[in-house]
Ligand binder design. Structure first.
Ligand code: FAD
Ligand code: DHB
Length: 390
């Protein structure tokens, strides 16, 4: 097979890039290790920046998002039994976020790829990248007993944190920066009315909790749990009881519970790999960087990589101008690190760290008090949460 751009990974990053390039006449193939059903069963992000929403519209995939997604102008931080509201609209100069699930967004991208007869191959095994520093890179994969070769001009590594692309960059070239947090998030999806029309991030001495939503009939809740815990340790009733304990009384009293339709634990990690380009390989999204989910930056950072990469590839194909490709790694990483800083800050502000001294706990209290006493501090939170400019 011969294509201009071979994209590894059929998550949101890979599908969005493939769709954008296709609309401009660039030929791509997406190689995805799992089945479509599996990819669509993963419940992940729920909050989109407007920059991302614009990219979905540009990809002609924004119709359902615009119909079913909710615009949120603010969210709450619950602490010490009170709820303080962060007015995103006021503090960001009129901006907001879109609440629309990653699962739905991925479904929309798959449907668009199908409509346009895009090449998205599932269940491909043993993907390997070859000759990346030459003018003629290629990718191989196994389909049953057959090894298939894909010749291309560029390879995009959009295959997530555990993918093969980043590992194809030589160890003496790749620098990795990492922080592993001593806890995870236990998430539950339930077909119940959300406890609040806006998200509630809750800081509590028993640990962090988040009340989020996918729609007015579908709720997503999270609680901070020790890394050793497994889903089996948390039957539904135990989850709801613990969530109630971490919310202000009136909110806990309003919580409508129901059977979980999905339950999973995600460890929290900060990670960046540099550079994001090696020869003709370009990394994008979770393949190059991971954030703890607290600031809802993960998927949005992936989208900003795709924005830069899409424009750089189009400058190459339309004008023969490679300046954008040459600048990609530096430009993407500059924004990635700002998302890292914000996610680390919000995680540190709101979680209970088991090893913290009483001094550090006092600093955490003070940080929160300062935040809600300073319009400048709230403006900094708001401008990061709605997304820094591309
Ligand atoms: P992915 O979505 O990981 O997609 C990569 C794709 O590549 C996958 O489909 C995978 O199957 C495929 N792949 C992997 N290896 C290979 C291979 N060798 N060959 C071919 N294909 C391969 N972000 C938020 O903003 N808020 C959240 O609440 C949130 N929750 C999360 C919960 C979990 C458990 C995880 C893991 C992430 C979460 N994130 C969240 C982050 C967000 O979901 C990611 O940033 C986003 O999925 C990144 O998209 P991506 O396309 O870059 O990577
Ligand atoms: C969700 C996840 C987040 O990490 C976040 O900050 C906000 C919302 C969610 O899954 O709904």
């Amino acid at each position: 097979m011969k294509v201009q751009v071979c994209i590894i990974g059929g998550g949101p990053s890979g599908l969005l890039l493939s769709q954008l390039l296709h609309l401009k006449g660039v030929d791509t193939v997406v190689l995805e290790r799992h089945s479509r059903t599996y990819v669509l069963s993963r419940i992940r992000a729920g909050v989109l920046e407007h920059g991302f929403a614009d990219l979905m519209r540009e990809a002609q995939c924004g119709e359902r998002m615009d119909r079913e997604g909710e615009i949120h102008h603010g969210f709450f931080i619950a602490h010490d039994g009170v709820m303080d509201r962060v007015d995103l609209h006021k503090h960001s100069g009129g901006n907001s976020v879109v609440v629309y699930g990653q699962t739905e967004l991925t479904r929309d991208l798959y449907e668009a790829r199908d409509r346009m007869k895009g090449k998205v191959l599932h269940n491909v095994e043993d993907v390997a990248l070859h000759d990346l520093t030459s003018q003629t890179p290629y990718v191989t994969y196994r389909d049953g007993d057959e090894i298939v070769r894909v010749d291309c001009q560029y390879v995009i590594g959009a295959d997530g944190f555990h993918g093969v692309s980043r590992k194809s960059i030589p160890k003496d070239v790749l620098r990795e920066y990492e922080r592993v947090y001593p806890f995870g998030w236990l998430g539950v999806l339930s077909r119940t009315k959300p406890v609040s029309p806006e998200l509630i991030y809750s800081r509590h001495e028993r640990g962090f909790a988040l009340c989020s939503l996918r729609s007015q009939v579908l709720s997503r809740y999270y609680i901070q749990v020790p890394l050793e815990d497994s889903v089996e340790d948390w039957p539904d009733e135990a989850f709801w009881d613990e969530l109630r304990r971490r919310l202000p009384d009136d909110v806990a009293g309003r919580l409508i519970t129901g059977p979980s339709i999905e339950k999973s634990i995600a460890p929290l990690r900060s990670f960046v790999a540099e550079p994001m380009r090696w020869g003709r390989l370009f990394l994008a999204g979770d393949a190059a960087h991971i954030v703890p989910p607290t600031g809802a930056r993960g998927l949005n950072s992936a989208a900003s990589d795709i924005h830069y990469l899409y424009h750089a590839l189009m400058a190459h194909y339309e004008k023969g101008d490679d300046a954008g490709l040459d600048a990609y790694s530096g430009k993407a990483l500059a924004r990635v690190w700002k998302a890292q800083r914000f996610s680390w800050w919000m995680t540190t502000l709101l979680h209970r760290f088991p090893q913290n001294s009483s001094y550090e706990n006092k600093l955490q209290d003070t940080e929160l008090q300062y935040l809600f006493s300073s319009d400048k501090a709230l403006a900094s939170l708001a401008e990061n949460y709605v997304g820094l400019p591309f």
